[in-house]
Design a protein around this ligand. Structure first.
Ligand code: GTP
Ligand code: MG
Length: 195
């Protein structure tokens, strides 16, 4: 897909702010600082459309980006950042539950994991949470540029096994640094938004 238009529509904190035009939606999910916003930027060839940071906790709201007036990317705050207060964690949980359990236009969630590391308990929980709501999942193993090429297979297998991924689900190794995996992701997205 050639991206002609990519614009933020709204940073939402509750359901009444979500766009209601019925366009299909693709949400991100993953640990804080794993590279969700960078993933969006790389796909769109936009350096800083989705704000990124080397410090965890950059994205705090549900950010809706319209892409070619065809679908939305929804960037979400990450989980698993230890320095977050109990109150903030609860707020996050409520916002995510409200979004993922009710959003009818959500076609697939892109669960971003770090290819260098074994998925965390939170990653496993997120994967199971999406399965529970029957939301299709695309798993991305990002930061591929950070491991030696000959370790790729073993690291992917570890992600697949730790998440106990359904054999029907797709996993794509990716790097927001080099753009590796980008074509495979667009191919996947094209199938989804054409439906
Ligand atoms: P929150 O909004 O805090 O949940 O984080 P996020 O998941 O949106 O992460 P973000 O995209 O802000 O990236 C976090 C850090 O990881 C930044 O310093 C990025 O430059 C870096 N990063 C993201 N993806 C990659 C990648 O594929 N390779 C490398 N080397 N660095 C990456
Ligand atoms: Mg972010």
């Amino acid at each position: 897909m050639k991206v002609n238009k990519a614009e933020i529509i709204i940073s939402a904190v509750s359901q009444k702010q979500y766009p209601m035009d019925g366009m299909p939606e693709i949400a991100l999910a993953g640990r804080s600082n794993v590279g969700k916003s960078s993933f969006i930027n790389k796909l769109l060839n936009r350096k800083n459309l989705a704000r990124t940071s080397s410090k965890p906790g950059k994205t705090q709201t549900l950010n809706f980006y319209t892409i070619n007036d065809l679908f939305y990317f929804v960037d979400v705050p990450g989980y698993g950042y230890a320095k977050v207060s109990k109150k903030e964690r609860e707020k996050w949980g409520k916002m995510m539950e409200e979004y993922f359990s009710l959003r009818e236009t959500l076609k697939v969630t892109v669960l971003i994991t770090d290819i260098r590391h074994k998925p965390t308990e939170d990653d496993v929980m997120m994967y199971n949470f999406l399965k529970h709501y029957d939301i299709p999942v695309l798993v991305i193993a990002t930061k591929l540029d950070k491991i030696p090429k000959n370790k790729k297979g073993a690291h992917l297998t570890r992600v697949i096994n730790t998440l106990d991924m359904d054999s029907n689900d797709t996993i794509i190794p990716f790097s927001s640094e080099t753009g590796e995996g980008k074509e495979a992701v667009w191919h996947f997205i094209d199938q989804i938004v054409k439906k």
